[in-house]
Design a protein around this ligand. Sequence first.
Ligand code: ADP
Ligand code: MG
Length: 257
Amino acid sequence: MDVEIDDLTVEFSGARVVQDISLRAGSGRFVGLVGPNGSGKSTVLRCVYRALRPTAGAVRLDGEDLLAMSTRESARRLAALPQEAVAEFDFTVAEVVAMGRVPHQRAVARDTDEDRRACAAALDGVGAGHLAGRGFLTLSGGEKQRVLIARALAQQPRVMVLDEPTNHLDIAQQLEVLSLVRTSGLTVLAALHDLNLAALHCDLVHVVDGGRIVASGAPHDVLTPALLAEVFGVRAHRVAHPETGAVQLLFDRLPAQ
Ligand code: ADP
Ligand code: MG
């Protein structure tokens, strides 16, 4: 499923924090938003998963206006992992994952076999099947993140929106979570703060600075030392990974002017 953001603008009390952002994530693509803190990445993503109504502009799924859909309709197509997903669920893991099925159920319905299958498959898919009976609040940060991804997968969406999904995860979990999402075949729109992870996983990155997109393209074309100095205020070196040849970024402070 194709996601199109068209001339999105968001103002808070008259202050424009996102301005005329347009981008497209083609079906099955992994598209990243990178940029300094406060640049507007979460604000853009919140408009896509409908936590926020934009001041102007549109979001379309396969050409259909998202805001014209019922929330139930859009939730069948699009699942999100918000940046502040630390809701204090006093539920078991199995119950948290089952919440992902709500858009597929009638108003007052018991879980069907299909619901149960989808939840079990989603939990197994993130390697968390053994956690099903545990209380969500008893999990580590990495386990919680995996369960919330399972909940999003149980929703059986076509599009996944992820806001800094690797926060609070150790390095093995970071690599695991992104490759999991990557192999799901879904269209992914993700804000990523680790530029090396972004370079490794994204087909396309958009660099956001001050509420605008300042560069777009394949990570290796976009994440140049000149751009990283300009947007992030750091000195970057690009080196080839000794085994894979993948470009890695090394960072230093910019020399004092
Ligand atoms: P990022 O995700 O890139 O770190 P955000 O999208 O969270 O950035 O924030 C962009 C800007 O919008 C910041 O300056 C932030 O303070 C401001 N902002 C975000 N949400 C609100 C809000 N609800 N009210 C006022 N300002 C907000
Ligand atoms: Mg953010």
